[in-house]
Design a protein around this ligand. Structure first.
Ligand SMILES: [Zn+2]
Ligand SMILES: [Zn+2]
Length: 312
């Protein structure tokens, strides 16, 4: 596995990129494939929607194999499986629908990973404040500051049995030093590897993603893609106010369709759409409207991605 071990020293204590291994254990769980639970599948616009609404979606967040989280907010807490207490969060960026230090501290998280550019100016301070305001955890333990691990674009790191490659998202966060990230998560399984692209928030995919993240010698086998402004191309235009609006159809048909060598999913495995903008449609309407090959995620959806048969 091409994992470069690096030592970080950013004023938050020198740590290795493999920290978090203790929390995850040496194994990554299921040898059959990579399991994703969508804790939330909505974008930032759902906060005001009543939870009782049939169309309600929590902020986007996923739990990987029950072991670590990509993004996590207060909205998603009730979607964690019972007895599941992940201690590692990998953040895509600093927007409040992805990053919520109070929720992380409340969960008792020990390791957080985020892009280097906003670590010292914001994240460190945010977590210190969260620990101050939540001195005691719900189970009576004293809260503690997690280790904060800075990430660089295109520099992979190991997390337990996973290799995670941070890639640039096309998304403005409002912080001059921050680069929003999307992730390629690689897991070796009994019958090959699963290589999942988790891409939210990003308007399309930058060339770095194709030429480095989806190399033909290590193609993607699974994709979860945001579709904030435009889940079905014919139904709308860009949601410019969010500065993030992937035309997923374009991406799917132009770059990611099987046979191009950069994306090799199992036959019938869809691209899952998440980070949905506000629509007055329920899940059923989306399911009826989306073209074959695309499937809208919903809160609580569990998906097992198996290694690609095409690469066996
Ligand atoms: Zn977002
Ligand atoms: Zn965002």
């Amino acid at each position: 596995m091409d994992v470069r071990r690096r030592t970080f020293a950013m004023g938050v204590g020198a740590v290795t990129a493999t920290a978090g291994l203790d929390a995850l254990g040496a194994s990554s769980g299921d040898e059959e494939g990579l399991r994703v639970r969508f804790l939330g599948s909505g974008s930032a616009c759902w906060e005001k929607e009543p939870r009782t609404s049939k169309i309600f979606r929590r902020y986007s967040s996923v739990l990987i194999d029950g072991t670590f989280l990509i993004d996590y907010t207060w909205m998603a807490a009730d979607m964690l499986p019972e007895g599941c207490h992940p201690t590692t969060i990998v953040y895509t960026h600093s927007h409040g629908d992805h990053y919520d230090p109070r929720a992380a501290v409340k969960l008792g998280v020990k390791h957080v990973y985020l892009q280097r550019g906003w670590l010292l100016e914001d994240a460190k301070r945010d977590f210190e404040k969260a620990v101050e305001t939540i001195p005691t955890l719900p189970d009576g333990r004293t809260s503690a500051l997690p280790e904060i691990h800075p990430l660089d674009v295109c520099v992979p790191f190991a997390l337990g049995g996973y290799e995670i490659l941070p890639l640039p998202g096309n998304h403005w966060t409002g912080k001059p030093h921050e680069q929003a990230l999307i992730y390629k998560v690689t897991k070796r399984c009994r019958d090959g590897a699963v290589r999942l692209l988790y891409a939210t928030d990003t308007s399309g995919l930058m060339s770095t993603v194709f030429f480095h993240g989806c190399r033909k010698d290590a193609p993607l086998t699974a994709v979860i893609m945001e579709s904030t402004g435009n889940p079905v191309q014919k139904f709308g235009g860009m949601n410019i106010s969010h500065s993030t609006a992937s035309t997923v159809n374009d991406i799917f048909t132009t770059y990611l369709k099987p046979g191009k060598g950069r994306y090799m999913p199992n036959p019938g495995q869809p691209v899952y759409l998440t980070h949905i903008g506000y629509y007055e449609w329920g899940q059923k309407t989306f399911d009826e409207q989306l073209p074959p090959g695309l499937q809208l995620a919903h809160d609580g959806l569990d998906v097992l991605f198996r290694p690609s048969q095409l690469l066996a």
